[in-house]
Design a protein around this ligand. Structure first.
Ligand SMILES: [Zn+2]
Length: 345
């Protein structure tokens, strides 16, 4: 990709300033010989500016980010874009087709980066993605959800030692940030090697559209684009004042027994040490095992499946300083995203 004035060249095609173009990056064929490709939308602003990647479904069953991406590229405010947005809603397109987190060979694409031309299926897709997409961007936002049967409270994961990424994480504007060191083989790792700051948005559950998670995701992407001067400043920035908190640490509360887990807790609830979080019982009742909080904090992730075995993850709790402030801001955030009307367009 090269730039001359405000036009852009990518995949051998020129995209003029103020236009959008759809590309399909071929990655191979199904067994049926049907061609498979990764859909890409490039939005080139009228004025020059940074190149930002937003991508989703590196884990093929994580769909909220697919919808976040669609809403961002079709939003009216995208017409004010300075610079370039490269939107890739389905990176692991084979996983999406199979409704699976993984590639057909059961590898995790987010452990295959930066990949290689001669490597495994995942390694080749990762390599192609780095060559054709990631390496041409200056910033990136990677959109994820919780695993199957687990929901995440909307949160940003970032390696805070990377100050540019940390600034993007704060600009996203969510109450909660988790400091997450880079994992080998991840897209964030590939970005780190190339000097491209990447933040990860985590919200909702796999194989579901979760409206509050989608609304918060679109708003956060827009906030980051404003922070990068890709969009004009918001007229009413009063809610964008710093209400973001970094977790000191986080840990899963695990099932102390086998059975059916009953809990009244919701994502974002505050729990205190020793509090009753729920009950594990048998199908006929009468064998109740209490689940108590081993530490206090905010519920940032939870299982949605009541069937649990000993040791299974039930509730993900983040520990914070200033817990009362965090609780207040999280409550405001929950009201804000729950009360917004559902967008059907
Ligand atoms: Zn994921």
């Amino acid at each position: 990709m090269s730039r001359s004035k405000n036009s852009l060249e990518i995949f051998g095609e020129r995209i003029e300033a103020g236009t959008q173009k759809t590309f399909h990056i071929p990655i191979g064929q199904l067994y049926t010989q049907t061609n498979i490709s990764i859909p890409v939308q490039v939005v080139n602003g009228k004025a020059p500016g940074p190149v930002l990647l937003i991508c989703a479904a590196i884990h093929g069953d994580e769909l909220n980010g697919v919808e976040v991406t669609r809403r961002v590229i079709s939003a009216p405010w995208i017409k004010s874009l300075k610079g370039t947005l490269i939107a890739v809603p389905m990176v692991n397109v084979l996983g999406v087709i199979h409704r699976s987190r993984y590639l057909p060979d059961r590898r995790d694409l987010n452990r295959c980066f930066p990949g290689s031309e001669e490597g495994s299926l995942g390694g080749r897709i990762a390599h192609l993605f780095v060559q054709e997409i990631l390496g041409k961007c200056q910033y990136a936002i990677d959109l994820h959800t919780g695993a199957i049967h687990r929901s995440n409270m909307p949160q940003i994961r970032v390696h805070l030692e990377n100050t540019k990424a940390a600034d993007m994480a704060h600009a996203f504007g969510l109450p909660l940030i988790i400091d997450a060191p880079i994992r080998d083989g991840s897209l964030r790792g590939a970005g780190d090697d190339l000097g491209i700051p990447i933040i990860t948005y985590e919200a909702g559950e796999a194989l579901r559209f979760d409206e509050p998670a989608i609304i918060a995701g679109v708003k956060g992407v827009r906030n980051v684009m404003t922070h990068l001067n890709m969009l004009p400043p918001r007229r009413n920035p009063k809610k964008e004042t710093n209400n973001t908190f970094v977790a000191k640490s986080s840990a899963w509360v695990r099932a102390p027994a086998d059975g059916l887990f009953r809990s009244h807790l919701k994502l974002g609830d505050r729990v205190v040490r020793g509090e009753l979080l729920g009950i594990i019982d048998g199908p006929l009742g009468g064998s109740e095992t209490p689940v108590k909080a081993p530490f206090g904090g905010i519920v940032i992730g939870a299982t949605n499946l009541p069937l649990v075995n000993l040791g299974e993850a039930l509730l993900h709790v983040g520990r914070f300083d200033d817990i009362e402030d965090v609780e207040t801001v999280v409550d405001e955030f929950r009201q804000e995203v729950d009360m917004m009307p559902v967008e059907l367009s």
